[in-house]
Write a protein that binds this ligand. Structure first.
Ligand code: AMP
Length: 394
């Protein structure tokens, strides 16, 4: 059988990320981004080998972007396209692995939308537009939450009345599952260990950030919860706060739930603490120049991250290594260094030169000799979605 080609689509409310993978190649044949969809500035950017280009979409929305993508995919391929893999953020408790999309699966994704009101409707838009354009192809859904369905109840239950779990599905779900799974497999391979007999802590640090404890190939705990707001300090998200903050702000300032929600999701995190930016690069530069808010934001980010990693060790029988990934995890020696300094009780120590070397797609071990493994591993969610899509086809 010739090597199969898979188109991976990650559809947001106003953007579509895409990648065209071939099962025998480690790079993508074509990849890119359609952004500002539905606005007059809608545009499609793509890269094929050394060649990159953009096309104006003239106000087009998701259907228009996918229709423009079709000829690009066909020009790029020598053989046929075999399937489309779709990223879906929330699969609730129903989806424990990737699956082929039919009317019933679409309905289940729609029914889960109250748990991910920003993401699931956008993912569905992409699925429906792509299915209309490529009705003859298998379409596969790969869920961000599925990897975490192996959490035990002690990790996924909140200490709130049982009926809220049974009737309203209030529990911890976790996100970034595709990334945590991908990097933990890479870590095992890089270290000469079997996925099924190795134990990792993974820190996915980007605009959204989460930690995950992976025992013998299974997620056993993770820092995000019912929604992607729980846990670590993020670009604009607060992460954990006292749940009474809501009633405190409502009582003292008269703030509405919508206003508090917006503040915690959009005005908090690195941006809120620094008063400057949600972007770690900007904050690192400002810290160098003596900006106190930027220094504080980085300090809180790293301390909270270290605390979360230490807590996650409770879910592991032993620790084979810590993995840094995501835009910040892959590119910030400073964040890795400050975080690991808080973990000296776990005997962690970095090799300064190796830590400095691992940026811009360069991964590898960064721990000092004789100390527990610390790895930088560039994530590749699109590749993992393509692999999961192939597994469903098989
Ligand atoms: P992501 O959401 O994974 O794309 O990650 C975005 C985050 O990665 C932003 O906060 C960026 O500032 C951060 N980032 C990217 N490159 C660097 C870098 N060289 N140094 C520090 N942070 C970086």
């Amino acid at each position: 059988m010739p090597a199969r080609n898979i188109l991976v689509i990650n559809c947001g409310s106003s953007s579509i990320k895409f990648a065209l993978a071939n099962e025998e190649r480690s790079d993508f044949l074509l990849h890119g981004l359609a952004e500002r969809l539905g606005s007059p500035e809608a545009v499609l950017h793509w890269q094929r080998g050394e060649q990159s280009d953009s096309q104006d979409l003239a106000g087009g929305a998701h259907e228009a972007a996918l229709a423009r993508l079709l000829p690009l995919v066909e020009q790029t391929l020598e053989g046929p396209l075999h399937a489309i893999g779709h990223r879906v953020v929330h699969g609730g408790e129903r989806f424990t692995q990737a699956c082929r999309i039919d009317a019933e699966v679409r309905q289940a994704i729609r029914a889960t939308a109250p748990l991910a009101p920003l993401h699931n409707p956008a993912n569905l838009l992409g699925i429906e537009a792509a299915m209309a354009l490529y009705p003859q192809l298998p379409h596969i859904a790969v869920f961000d939450t599925a990897f975490h369905q192996s959490l035990p109840p002690r990790a996924y239950r909140y200490a709130v009345p049982d009926a809220l779990y049974r009737e309203q599905h209030v529990r911890r779900y976790g996100f970034h599952g595709t990334s945590h799974r991908y990097v933990s497999h890479q870590a095992a391979e890089m270290s000469g260990l079997a996925v099924g007999d190795s134990n990792w802590l993974s820190a996915h640090l980007g605009n959204g950030s989460s930690t995950c404890a992976i025992a013998n190939g299974q997620s056993r705990d993770t820092s995000m919860g019912l929604t992607p707001l729980e846990g670590l300090v993020m670009g604009t998200r607060s992460g954990d706060v006292d749940p009474n903050l809501h009633s405190h702000l409502a009582r003292t300032l008269g703030w509405s739930l919508e206003k508090i929600d917006h503040m915690l999701n959009n005005d908090s995190g690195l941006l809120g603490l620094s008063g400057l930016s949600n972007d770690m690069r900007t904050l690192e530069q400002a810290r160098e120049q003596g900006h106190a808010g930027a220094a504080l934001a980085i300090e809180v980010f790293c301390y909270r991250l270290a605390k979360s990693l230490a807590a996650m060790t409770c879910a592991l029988p032993r620790l084979d290594g810590i993995i840094f990934t995501g835009g910040i995890g892959e590119n910030s020696p400073l964040v890795r260094n400050l975080t690991v300094q808080h973990l000296h009780v776990l005997d962690l120590q970095l090799d300064g030169a190796a830590n400095a070397r691992c940026v811009r797609g360069v991964g590898g071990p960064i721990h000092a000799a004789g100390h527990p493994r610390v790895l930088v591993i560039p994530t590749n969610e699109e590749r993992q979605i393509a692999l999961d899509t192939l597994a469903v086809l098989d």
